[in-house]
Design a protein around this ligand. Structure first.
Ligand code: APR
Length: 232
C-alpha cells in the first residue's frame, strides 16, 4: 500500500456501525424504523418542523454518545502521514472529524450544522437538544443536511470530483451504493485509472466495478490493509 500517495476514502454509514450508529438500510436501519418522507425531506420540514427537529435532536443525542472507531482513526493517521489523502463521506455524523480528520468532504452535509432558509447562513451547533429552533420571526433553522430530493452543494461536488479524478487508490467503505449522485462517484476514480477496493460485508450494485472487494467490517479490513497504522 506504500506506493499510493493520493488515496480517496469514500465512506458511507457502514464505517460508523462499529461506533454504534445504525445504518440506513441494513437490519435496524434508520429508514426501516422511520419513514424518511416524514422526517428527512423538505416537504416534511414545511409540514411539521417540530417533528423533524425532534427526530434530528434524537439523532444528535445518539451520535454525540458514540465515539469514532478504529476504522475512523486509521483513516485519520493515513491522512496525517500522506497529506494528499482525501475523505469523501456520505455520512452526516461528523465522526471522521472527531477522529481528527481534516478537510472532510461531506456530500450530504452535517447534522452538526444549521442553515437559515432565509439568507443561507450556515452555523455549527452542537447543542443537545438544539436550544433555539427558530432563526427568525417565523423561520426555522434547517439542518444543513442533503435530504431526499435536495440537490447536493455544487462546491462540495466539485471538491469530491477533484479528489476522485486525481486519486491513485479509491477505497469505498460501508456504502450500499444506492443513493445518487454519490453512488456514481467511484466510477470517476475508476475512469481516471485509480486502483480500487470495496470494503463491505455485503455485495453492492457496484461491487463488480472494483478490482478487489473485501467482505469484512471497516476497521478489520483497514487494519489488515494498513497494519502500520493500527493502534495509537
Ligand atoms: N463495516 C463496513 N460496512 C458495513 C458494516 C461494517 N461494520 N456494517 C454494515 N455495512 C454496510 C452495509 O452492508 C451497507 O452496504 O454499510 C452499508 C450501509 O448502507 P446504507 O445504510 O444504505 O448507508 P449509505 O450507503 O451510507 O446511505 C447513503 O442514503 O439515506 C441516505 O443520505 C443518506 O448518506 C445516506 C445515503
Amino acid at each position: 500500500m506504500d506506493k499510493y500517495k493520493r488515496i480517496v476514502f469514500f465512506t458511507g454509514a457502514g464505517i460508523s456501525v462499529e461506533s454504534g450508529i445504525p445504518t440506513y438500510r441494513g437490519s435496524g436501519g434508520v429508514w426501516k424504523k422511520y419513514n424518511y418522507q416524514d422526517y428527512a425531506c423538505e416537504e416534511a420540514f414545511h409540514r411539521d418542523p417540530e417533528k423533524v427537529w425532534d427526530f434530528h435532536d434524537q439523532r444528535r443525542a445518539m451520535i454525540e454518545s458514540c465515539e469514532p472507531n478504529p476504522g475512523h482513526k486509521i483513516i485519520t493517521k493515513i491522512q496525517q502521514r500522506r497529506p494528499k489523502t482525501s475523505i469523501v463521506t456520505q455520512n452526516i455524523d461528523g465522526l471522521h472529524q472527531r477522529a481528527g480528520a481534516k478537510r472532510v468532504i461531506e456530500l450530504h452535509g452535517s447534522i452538526w450544522r444549521l442553515r437559515s432558509p432565509e439568507n443561507g447562513t450556515v452555523v455549527e451547533n452542537f447543542e443537545i437538544p438544539l436550544q433555539e429552533r427558530k432563526c427568525g420571526d417565523n423561520t426555522w433553522w434547517r439542518p444543513d443536511i442533503i435530504w431526499f430530493g435536495d440537490a447536493l452543494n455544487q462546491e462540495t461536488i466539485d471538491s469530491a470530483m477533484m479528489a476522485l479524478e486525481k486519486c491513485d487508490l479509491l477505497i469505498s467503505i460501508g456504502t450500499s451504493a444506492v443513493v445518487y449522485p454519490a453512488a456514481r462517484m467511484p466510477e470517476i476514480a475508476i475512469n481516471n485509472g485509480a486502483d480500487t477496493i470495496e470494503i463491505n460485508p455485503e455485495k453492492t450494485p457496484i461491487s463488480h466495478l472494483f478490482q478487489r472487494s473485501i467482505r469484512d467490517s471497516a476497521s478489520r479490513a483497514l487494519s489488515e490493509l494498513f497494519p502500520e497504522f493500527v493502534g495509537n
